[in-house]
Design a protein around this ligand. Structure first.
Ligand SMILES: [Zn+2]
Length: 408
């Protein structure tokens, strides 16, 4: 079935060949979607389709690509957050609290938690979410985490090297690179490591990523979150798709990123939730690096599933323009996952888009914390976060049916 969405006041395509500027903006636009994007252009020249939806002048843009999350866990750490907001520093040690809760949870409890968070993100425009393991930290618990993550996403990341578990072997890296990797690789596309003081040093991180690559996984890395370590340069050395956090960067780090295919993925939810200084997106963009924005959704240091929140914070606190932040949250995330079929709305791309209750993408940053997402199309399926009555775009009866998936 194909659907014509017409009377779109402002369509962000992220394809400069289709419209104005780097966002490829088309005004008074229409788009035809089936399983993929079938047609994009001015509404007046749109072809017919099986169904028709009138956007009533609203803005549309690609679905958000949240390229960094840790959704497979149990419990929460609200008390730790409250303590931190009362003056205690964040050191990363609280990860072990979540490991204990995760190991004690049943598969169904973990699955329900992932479904809840994926649903939250979807209601806020996220159509792709990368999901990491990292709260199991034993062979069986890491493999279980990845098996459950793979039920919700194609972008699944093995993060056995999240932190060294208190009850792990002395040479935990050998376990991560050996038996645990063998058990986990079949469920994952990516390998990741937390390269940081108190977690894994550069040599250990290199060995984890190289072992993952040898097992057929692609590398990405948590780098330079808390200190100016060597994670970013390791990312570039190994052609990691993404170096994530990038909060503390030397000039050499910025240059290395700018002269590589490694995306700098910034995670402002983490700085917000740990009351830490934000990464300097402006510096990276001015140097020519590719920047992505993601939530880092996890119960310890960034318990938000909201990409619009990240966009707003990146604009207010990190020197990004609204357009740059929207690009980073869509096309940037797609680059960070090396998925050319995502993060853009041109013919052949995935049918992943969102319609806002606003006339422009600028409102995502201009109206912080306001739920603007009216319609989300993910892989061609229509989801109405607030029902079809709100702001009443004219829809055919077929499209009004409530979705029976994660939103039900
Ligand atoms: Zn993370």
């Amino acid at each position: 079935m194909s659907v014509l969405i017409t009377n779109i006041g402002e369509l962000v395509t992220n394809d400069p060949a289709l419209g104005e500027g780097p966002l490829g903006i088309v005004r008074d636009a229409a788009i035809v979607v089936g399983d993929r994007v079938e047609w994009v252009g001015p509404a007046k020249s749109a072809p017919a389709a099986d169904e028709r939806l009138d956007a009533a002048g609203a803005a549309a843009l690609p679905g958000f690509v949240d390229s960094h999350s840790h959704l497979v866990f149990a419990g929460d750490r609200a008390a730790e957050f409250a303590a931190r907001m009362s003056g205690e520093p964040y050191t990363g040690g609280g990860i072990r609290t979540t490991v204990a809760a995760t190991r004690a949870a049943t598969d169904d409890q973990l699955r329900a938690n992932v479904a809840r968070l994926v649903g939250e993100g979807l209601r806020q425009g996220t159509t792709t979410i990368e999901i990491k393991s990292g709260y199991g930290l034993s062979t069986a618990d890491e493999a279980r985490s990845l098996r459950i993550a793979a039920e919700f996403s194609d972008e699944v990341t093995y993060l056995g090297a999240h932190v060294k578990p208190a009850d792990g072997p002395e040479d935990y890296v050998s376990l991560v690179n050996g038996e645990m990797l063998t058990a986990c690789a079949p469920y994952a596309r990516w390998v990741d490591v937390f390269c940081e003081r108190g977690a894994f040093d550069v040599e250990e991180s290199r060995s984890v990523l190289k072992a993952g690559i040898a097992a057929g996984l692609r590398p990405r890395i948590h780098a330079n979150q808390l200190t100016m370590g060597g994670g970013v340069r390791l990312a570039v050395e190994l052609d990691c798709a993404s170096a994530d956090h990038c909060t503390h960067l030397s000039d050499a780090d910025v240059d290395a990123l700018a002269n590589s295919d490694t995306v700098a993925t910034l995670l402002p939810g983490a700085e917000f939730s740990t009351r830490a200084p934000y990464p300097d997106a402006r510096r990276l963009l001015d140097a020519g690096a590719t920047v992505a924005l993601a939530t880092d959704c996890n119960p310890g240091s960034s318990y938000t599933s909201s990409m619009p929140f990240c966009v707003a914070v990146a604009v207010r606190e990190m020197g990004m323009s609204p357009g740059e932040a929207v690009w980073a949250a869509t096309a940037g995330g797609a680059r960070a996952l090396r998925r050319p079929d995502l993060g853009r709305l041109s013919v052949g791309a995935a049918a992943d888009l969102q319609l806002l209750d606003a006339p422009s993408h600028l409102h995502l940053a201009y109206r912080p914390a306001v739920p603007l997402t009216r319609l989300v199309v993910r892989r061609g399926a229509f989801h109405w976060p607030w029902g079809t009555h709100r702001s009443s775009p004219t829809v055919s009866s077929h499209l009004e049916q409530p979705h029976k998936g994660v939103l039900s």
